[in-house]
Design a protein. Structure first.
Length: 249
């Protein structure tokens, strides 16, 4: 009996640590933003917990000067598991049921949520895009892997349409009538760039595996306008210095 209780307690502790680590936009309620005296230039000084924002391995970056490393193919296994859409005051995020994952470095990373930034956070060869999706994954130890997909303006994306069908206007959440799969956010070609970076929002924790898909997807002008109007501000952290990091292709 005592043993069972201990197991449950350990389970709860690790679960709460895990969920916190998987939330790329943790710090809900903390007073940070994208403009003025709570903007990205000020994040480090807002709270001692945000000190990593001044680190040397920060995201986003300009993905350029890449090194040919013959990266191994990614193994995506995504299914329809997006059940709710959240406006957390910083982005629009879709939370995902367990059961979707990607294998990186032989390690399984489970998809926890995806969310969006407009304009894009990462640049590719010096180019900014109107939208970027971040597909946030965590392994069993809470290590993060983020798959980034940039979008140009063009034909509408059906997965984005489904995900944003119930976009809350203010902070809050809504249930999605039909579960969405993140598979519809991925380009047909799974070629990618790779670098080591951080959360792009406070607390800017480093040690995040970044996978940036090479090929852009598209969203329509109407979809882009709906997102930008709903959020009401640009939610991209400016690009950070790559410093000594190799960027692989
Ligand atoms: Zn993000």
């Amino acid at each position: 009996m005592k043993f069972e209780r201990a197991l449950i307690a350990v389970g709860l502790i690790s679960l709460s640590g895990f969920v916190g680590a998987a939330d790329e936009h943790a710090g809900h309620g903390a007073h940070w933003g994208y403009e003025g005296n709570v903007g990205p230039d000020q994040w480090t000084s807002l709270k001692p917990e945000f000190s990593a924002c001044a680190g040397k391995n920060q995201s986003p970056i300009d993905v350029s000067g890449t090194i040919d490393a013959k990266l191994k193919p990614l193994r995506f296994s995504y299914k329809a598991g997006g059940h709710e859409v959240v406006n957390n005051g910083h982005t629009i995020q879709v939370n995902i049921d367990t059961g979707s994952s990607v294998v990186v470095d032989g390690i399984q990373f489970d998809l926890k949520q995806f969310h969006f930034h407009s304009p894009s956070e990462n640049h590719i060869s010096g180019k900014s895009y109107p939208l970027e999706a971040h597909l946030v994954h965590a392994d069993k130890d809470g290590n993060l892997a983020v798959v980034a997909v940039v979008f140009n303006e063009g034909p509408a994306n059906a997965t984005v349409a489904a995900a944003w069908s119930q976009m809350p206007k203010a902070e809050g959440k809504a249930v999605l009538p039909t579960k969405v799969s993140a598979a519809g956010l991925l380009p047909k070609s799974h070629d990618y760039y790779r670098y080591n970076g951080s959360l792009t929002t406070p607390p800017c924790t480093e040690g995040v595996r970044w996978i940036v898909m090479k090929k852009p997807m598209t969203v329509s002008k109407e979809q882009l306008n709906a997102f930008q109007t709903n959020l009401g501000f640009a939610n991209n952290r400016p690009i950070q210095p790559a410093n000594a990091r190799p960027i692989l292709k």
